[in-house]
Structures are given as structure tokens and as C-alpha cells.
Design a protein around this ligand. Structure first.
Ligand SMILES: [Zn+2]
Length: 296
């Protein structure tokens, strides 16, 4: 299988433009679709499938966001801001097949909204008001920071080192509201006995990842509005380490990437229950969860 990056100075330059938030969402979804498609083709080739024709990726300094002439410096013009996690497996630009000067990226463990993050958000919305059309909160499955918050919630004594370390606690505290909301939602959807289910911890971690991204988006929209940008669209999604797809709810076999708008305050409890149901539907609590529910 040949994957060819080709630069032809005589070909017309194709640059993705984002005149509005919908166009920005489309560019990100198209990019995530390209990533999942190419990786799926490589995986099939690894398994012995005959490779299809070569994939040719047009390359050009301008479409890459790089200067065309030696010594020139591009003006910073990101079309989207992404708040993501520091996890090494979750690099923002490759996930969306984006390049230089496309995204204003803030990365912090657990994609939580700390004071320093807000300073970066404030800077971006003030300085890139012309080009910036979208704000994205990107969580990811298997998040260590979310996992630590869930472990601290379930076994506070065993996680005293985390709970009593000031620096780490500031991260855990910010995620804890999502952990509590996720625990409540799972109980509402699956019954009180769900806490004794052998897969309960894993299901709670997965649900918390999605709810944490949604709650952070809710907070971020309020902050962006407070900076005077009420019309700026804020969305959230979660990158699945297993499928490479970005989706706003857990799915066993996603086929399309997507985001959801930042929820309103009144929607949060309902959203938590919908996400809990999606975790159940994905099979994270096994196929016999209905039987488990009746034990109560
Ligand atoms: Zn993470």
C-alpha cells in the first residue's frame, strides 16, 4: 500500500476555509474521517488484504499553513480553538488531519478548565476574533486524569497520595463534579445495585470522560460569553483510543465523526442519563444488565 505525499508547484493550491462554525466543524470531521479511513486501510493491508490503489495526498506550503517563500512568516489565523488532554496518545492536529496555523490548542491533563487555560482562551478570542469560528473541548477514552478522579471517588483512602497532593488535587477536584454526575446517572439508569457490578468502575470511567467534556464545554461557553463573544459556538467530543473516531457519545462501532453543542445548565442531568444509557448500550456493563437491574 502506497501513501504518497506529493507537492506539485504547478497545481492550484487548495486551502480549507472556515467562514463559520459549521464549516469549521466540517473541516474537523472530514479530517478525522480521513485519519480513520487511512488507518483502517493500513490495518486491512496488515491482515493480508490486497492494497487498493495508492493514496496520494497533495502537499503544498500554503495549504500546510507554511510560508511559500524562504524567510516569510505566516500570520497566526486559527479557525478553531481546541481544549484537549496532555495524553501523548491524543495529539490534536493529527486526530483531525490538520496542520500549521489551523488550530489554537490548549492541552492540560483531563482537559479541565483552570485559570491559566482561561487566560489562553481569553487571549485567543481577543486576538483571533477574525479567523476563530469554533471552540472545541476534546476528551478521550482511557484518560488517566479522569481515571484517577474516579479511583479517588470510589476509594478515597487508597488514593490519599493523589487527594492530598495540592497540584494533583486541583485537577481531580475539577473532574470530581463529572464523576459524581456520572455515578448518579448510572444509578438512575441501571439501579442502585449497579455499584456492585464487576464492570462498574470501567463504566463509570467511560461515562465520566464524556460528561467531563460536556461539563467543560458548558463552563467554557459561559467564559467565552463573558469575554464578549456570545455568538462563538462551543462544542465537545471524545476521541476513542480504540476506534480513532471523535464522537459526543460512546458508541461500539462508530462510522461517522461528530460533535455536540455545549449543553445548557438545565440539560446537564438529562444529558448525563442519555450518556449513561449509551454506556449501557455499548455493552460496558455486559449484555445482562437488565437482569442485574432486577436483583434490586
Ligand atoms: Zn487524558
Amino acid at each position: 500500500m502506497d501513501l504518497i505525499y506529493r507537492y506539485d508547484p504547478y497545481l492550484p493550491v487548495k486551502v480549507d476555509t472556515a467562514p463559520d462554525a459549521a464549516a469549521a466543524i466540517k473541516i474537523l470531521c472530514d479530517g478525522n474521517r480521513r485519519l480513520t479511513s487511512v488507518v483502517a486501510q493500513m490495518q486491512r493491508t496488515t491482515l493480508g488484504e490486497q492494497p487498493t490503489e495508492a493514496i496520494v495526498v497533495p502537499f503544498c506550503p500554503v495549504s500546510l499553513g507554511l510560508p511559500l517563500w524562504e524567510g516569510a512568516v505566516a500570520t497566526q489565523q486559527p479557525y478553531a480553538m481546541v481544549l484537549g488532554c496532555s495524553d501523548a496518545r491524543v495529539p490534536i492536529e493529527p486526530i483531525f488531519d490538520q496542520s500549521f496555523n489551523d488550530l489554537f490548542v490548549i492541552r492540560i491533563a483531563g482537559n479541565v478548565l483552570g485559570t491559566e487555560c482561561l487566560g489562553s482562551v481569553d487571549y485567543a478570542v481577543r486576538h483571533f476574533a477574525e479567523s476563530l469560528k469554533l471552540v472545541v473541548v476534546l476528551g478521550h477514552t482511557g484518560c488517566g486524569a479522569v481515571g484517577a478522579a474516579v479511583e479517588t471517588y470510589l476509594s478515597p483512602k487508597d488514593y490519599a497520595d493523589i487527594a492530598f497532593t495540592h497540584a494533583l488535587r486541583s485537577l481531580i477536584d475539577r473532574i470530581m463534579i463529572a464523576v459524581r454526575g456520572a455515578a448518579n446517572a448510572l444509578t438512575q439508569v441501571c439501579g442502585r445495585n449497579v455499584v456492585h457490578h464487576p464492570n462498574y468502575k470501567d463504566a463509570l470511567k467511560e461515562l465520566t470522560v464524556y460528561l467531563n467534556a460536556a461539563i467543560t464545554a458548558f463552563d467554557l461557553r459561559r467564559e467565552v460569553a463573558a469575554f464578549g463573544h456570545e455568538s462563538m459556538r462551543v462544542v465537545y467530543g471524545v476521541y476513542d483510543l480504540a476506534t480513532l473516531f471523535v464522537t459526543p457519545a460512546p458508541l461500539a462501532s462508530p462510522t461517522e465523526p461528530g460533535f455536540a453543542p455545549a449543553p445548557q445548565q438545565d440539560d446537564l442531568a438529562n444529558l448525563a442519563r442519555q450518556l449513561a444509557q449509551a454506556v449501557v448500550d455499548k455493552g460496558l456493563l455486559g449484555t445482562r444488565i437488565d437482569v442485574w437491574k432486577k436483583i434490586e
